[in-house]
Design a binder for this molecule. Structure first.
Ligand SMILES: Cc1cc2nc3c(=O)[nH]c(=O)nc-3n(C[C@H](O)[C@H](O)[C@H](O)COP(=O)(O)OP(=O)(O)OC[C@H]3O[C@@H](n4cnc5c(N)ncnc54)[C@H](O)[C@@H]3O)c2cc1C
Length: 432
């Protein structure tokens, strides 16, 4: 048994880790095992990839690329392949993952099981909109192949299904053509939420990637920086050398606190406001700004941190976000990595998929015990009143009642659940 944490580092409880490196051994191993759950690269913040006291099936060893057709952009791979490895192979060939989250250090299995989204949801939806086939092994030995045109019900259960329908062992993806690794980007400072929404609306046509950082300590105004980008051809540049650094130790207390946050937010806003012009940037720093600081999650100290990501419908979005910012301001707690963006008019095909039309706010809070969880409970009420939902990939504490009311397809999902799979999250939200 070894202690395992997810990215939020809220717990480090013992798990029995079973690592796979050979596809042909998976079926027998999971059939013979006690209840378990897949563990990709542990980049989920909460408890979806944890099973304290029980088994974790680590999939990183299932890391083989199976085939890549340079003409059609169809790639098939095992589920433990990292998005980073796909990007390194295909970008030089003029292809890219159509949808990619804020880190490329996640597995294909994890990307499907949370149906992750990127900065271009308004144009290209979420990760699974580009998955053409999934191969799933169930703990009773059954093998299921599903996709958008094959066993669609199994596909809809597995996409966003937080690992509970079986172990995803292989996937086939349709990549997107790009002119190269570069993006033409623009940063636009905004001083209140209405300017954010105006900018987001204007950018939906003509800009593929949009995202914004919001200063949640600036009062209810909601100043921030709106960033947008489009792929662009540029043969004159060479790929920048990346310098990797690492958070070398866990500080005794969180380095993110009230004082440091105010300074960080102030500095980040003014530094980027000064640079606010058009730039050509490599896709890596634009999509994955934190990937070069390894273990950055340690800066929150030994008690870890909560990520809180919600989506609320667009018609009540401004009021709900405003209320959340006020609540955060009143609590005296704040978030540096605060991201606000709009989703387009499509829902995840997944029964438990997160994306839905609206506006999504992602925040992180150092774990200050009850003070923090009580703030999150108050944010839950705002989200629930607005008929929104919380993202399972980030969640470690939402109530079962909120889950059931905001994920109305959960009962339909239960029919596809593999009874040999269970996680801390499934026990908390589904009762087993
Ligand atoms: C810096 C950072 C930025 C992020 N930005 C975004 C973002 O922009 N958009 C977004 O949507 N998410 C984002 N995330 C969240 C992250 O993309 C998801 O949590 C993702 O699912 C993590 O994948 P993983 O491989 O680490 O899987 P894990 O975290 O290990 O597991 C996640 C879930 O997938 C299941 N799973 C994993 N592999 C398999 C498999 N082979 N078969 C069946 N189930 C499996 C697990 O059981 C678990 O339920 C971010 C995370 C970080 C740390």
């Amino acid at each position: 048994m070894i202690p395992i944490s997810s990215w939020g580092r809220l717990t480090a409880l013992p798990h029995q880790v079973v690592s796979f490196s050979n596809l042909s051994k998976v079926s027998a191993a999971i059939s013979a095992s006690k209840q378990g759950i897949a563990f990709g690269n542990g980049r989920s913040y909460g408890d979806s990839c944890l099973n304290p006291g029980g088994v974790l099936w680590s999939t990183r060893g299932l890391g083989h690329l199976i085939a890549f057709d340079r003409d059609s952009g169809i790639l098939s791979c095992e589920a433990g392949v990292l998005l980073r490895d796909i990007q390194s192979l295909v970008v030089p060939e003029g292809w890219m993952l159509p949808v990619t989250p804020g880190t490329q250090l996640i597995t294909v299995g994890g990307a499907i099981a949370n149906d992750v989204h990127g900065k271009n949801h308004h144009l290209l939806g979420s990760f699974s909109d580009h998955v053409t086939r999934i191969k799933l092994i169930r703990t009773d030995g059954e093998i299921i192949e599903c996709g958008p045109n094959q066993k669609q019900d199994w596909f809809a259960a597995t996409v966003g299904g937080i690992g509970l329908t079986g172990l995803i062992v292989e996937a086939e993806l349709q990549l997107k053509r790009v002119p190269g690794p570069w993006l033409e980007t623009e940063t636009i400072p905004y001083s209140d939420l209405s300017s954010f929404f105006k900018c987001a609306d204007e950018s939906e046509v003509g800009w593929e990637h949009t995202v914004s950082w919001i200063d949640c300590l600036a009062g209810s105004g909601g100043r921030g920086l709106f960033m947008r980008g489009n792929p662009v051809a540029d043969n004159t540049r060479s790929v920048p050398l990346t310098k990797k650094s690492s958070m070398p130790f866990v500080p005794p207390i969180s380095l993110v606190n009230k004082l440091s946050l105010r300074l960080l937010n102030e500095a980040y806003y003014w530094l980027n406001k000064r640079k606010s012009s058009k730039q050509i940037v490599h896709f890596q720093p634009f999509f994955y700004p934190l990937d070069n600081l390894q273990n950055w999650n340690k800066m929150y100290g030994p008690r870890g941190f909560y990520q809180y990501q919600s989506v609320v419908p667009r018609d009540v979005g401004q009021d709900a976000v405003n209320e959340m910012l006020k609540e955060i301001g009143r609590s005296g707690q704040g978030s540096f990595l605060a991201v606000l963006k709009t989703f387009g008019d499509r829902r995840s095909v997944g029964m438990l998929g997160f994306p839905q039309p609206g506006v999504t706010l992602a925040l992180d809070f150092p774990n200050n015990g009850r003070r923090t969880t009580e703030l999150l409970d108050r944010l839950d009420r705002i989200v629930s009143d607005a008929k929104g939902r919380i993202y399972l990939a980030k969640d470690a504490r939402m109530s079962r009642a909120l889950f059931e009311s905001s994920y109305p397809r959960f009962q339909e999902f239960l029919k596809y659940r593999d009874s040999g799979m269970s996680s801390a999250m499934s026990r908390r939200l589904l009762g087993s």
